[in-house]
Design a binder for this molecule. Structure first.
Ligand SMILES: *Cc1c(COP(=O)(O)O)cnc(C)c1O
Length: 437
């Protein structure tokens, strides 16, 4: 609980708008300043190399990855029909070109959590295999899918607290190795995610409370057994680095499109933020690999602006949205995180260009428009990036650079959502669009 609320309110006037659930835009005054970061380019490449070593494992354990040779990556898609539609609807053009980074199509979890969540499972599996067997870094890691290793891994456990997708990615990946896996789920978690995990043999513990609580309970439970590894969404360096590998992959995807980010050719990246780990890890990776021309913007529900509030006040995880009187409720289940990560915001101090908040109705409008124009289905949280485009354009002061801008909306999840549920989202968006805003 913060004890100097009135001081904070006078120092940061935006907090008052936030308190009244009004959409806000925060432009980070420290963007682009020099800073000593606790992680480096070498850490990003180390994580990328680990993913490479495990590629033969994925090909065996998850045949859906054979096509990509065991690499978990998503396409960067030109969505100019969506761009035209948005211009028609708003009467305002979006200068530059619009793309979708379709993490909704990532193998295994159908969400951005196939980056961070799965990476930390790999790291743990590799550590045990190196300690307990004669595995070497040069070996073909498909051997880890054999019964011998499955038996070894079944002596160990993995635990995590989650609103859904993190649990889903870790649960499915960890179970494939044979780890005893437990996911502590918050009240926002969708039923189908729990059902799917149980089908994979994962133990699901349900709480009638928010994700901070579920994480705390999981952490306590895991601490009782040294053979259990707890994946901590609030403070894990490995999760963060798993996300950061996107920087290397996107550099190449941009090159293939003829795009080289620079001050004259800015690349805006719009990312939904929950605890802040995935958007920060991705942004860190992009800016580490491409030090010029990347402008990350976070999007948060106006009822759960935890990352924005933490970064703006520099209190980070020491302030929760309840401290401002917010109810923390949102239909974007992946973003229902009342308190931000301990590490993400601090690392983003000089890397984040801005952040904004949106009302839930807007993400349904955008997910319906995306399906109508491009035939791409995403879950509500994953459409949040669209809400940041116009407010960002409005504040970017270089019109010449803006006319050459690349806008990347990071669509963070969706492919595993059951069809009827997706249809309900779509219908809801249709109804909202039918009523003029
Ligand atoms: C997890 C998630 C996010 C946000 O990631 P954080 O690391 O919690 O900030 C956004 N969208 C979807 C679909 C997610 O699953």
């Amino acid at each position: 609980m913060v004890n100097n609320l009135s001081e904070l309110l006078s120092e940061y006037p935006l907090l008052d708008k936030i308190r009244h659930y009004q959409p806000i835009y925060w432009q980070n005054p420290d963007f682009g300043k020099n800073a000593q970061l606790p992680l480096s380019r070498a850490d990003v490449f180390d994580a990328a190399a680990r993913f490479e070593r495990f590629a033969p494992y994925f090909e065996v354990a998850f045949p859906e990855t054979v096509q990509s040779k065991g690499i978990l990556e998503s396409p960067l898609i030109d969505i100019s029909d969506m761009q035209t539609k948005l211009t028609d609807l708003s009467g305002k053009p979006i200068p530059g070109n619009l793309y979708l980074k379709a993490d909704s199509m990532l193998p295994i979890s159908g969400s951005i959590k196939s980056r961070g969540g799965i990476y930390e499972v790999l790291k743990f599996a590799e550590k045990i295999a190196l300690q307990k067997t004669n595995l070497t870094y040069m070996d073909d890691y498909s051997v880890l899918a054999s019964p011998r290793f499955h038996k070894l891994f079944s002596n160990y456990g993995i635990m995590v607290g989650s609103t859904g997708n993190l649990g889903l990615s870790i649960g499915i990946a960890a179970a494939s190795f044979g780890f005893k896996t437990t996911v502590h789920m918050s009240v926002d978690a969708r039923q189908w995610k729990k059902d799917l995990l149980r089908k994979h043999g994962v133990t699901v513990v349900e709480y009638d409370n928010d994700v901070s609580y579920a994480i705390a309970e999981g952490r306590k439970e895991a601490a009782k057994d040294p053979k259990i590894h707890f994946i901590d969404d609030e403070s894990s360096r490995d999760l963060f680095l798993g996300y950061s590998v996107a920087g290397i992959r996107v550099q190449k995807q941009l090159k293939d499109l003829g795009i080289k980010p620079s001050k004259e050719n800015p690349v805006f990246v719009y990312l939904p933020a929950g605890v802040g780990g995935s958007p920060s890890g991705v942004s860190f990776g992009l800016e580490t690999i491409m030090p010029e021309g990347i402008y990350p913007v976070f999007a948060e529900p106006d009822h759960v602006t935890s990352v924005t509030v933490g970064m703006m006040t520099k209190l980070y995880d020491k302030i929760a949205v309840a401290d401002l009187g917010l109810d923390g409720k949102t239909a974007a289940d992946g973003l229902a995180v009342p308190r931000s990560s301990k590490i993400a915001g601090r690392i983003m101090d000089t890397l984040l260009w801005g952040s904004e908040s949106f009302e839930d109705d807007d993400i349904y409008r955008y997910l319906t428009l995306l399906e109508d124009t491009e035939g791409i289905k995403v879950e509500p949280s994953a459409a949040a990036g669209f809400t940041a485009i116009y407010p960002t354009i409005k504040r970017f002061s270089d019109p010449k650079a803006l006319s050459r801008a690349t806008h990347i909306v990071w669509a963070t999840g969706g492919n595993l959502v059951p069809e009827e549920e997706m249809n309900r989202y779509y219908q809801h968006g249709k109804e909202l669009l039918a009523v003029k805003k």
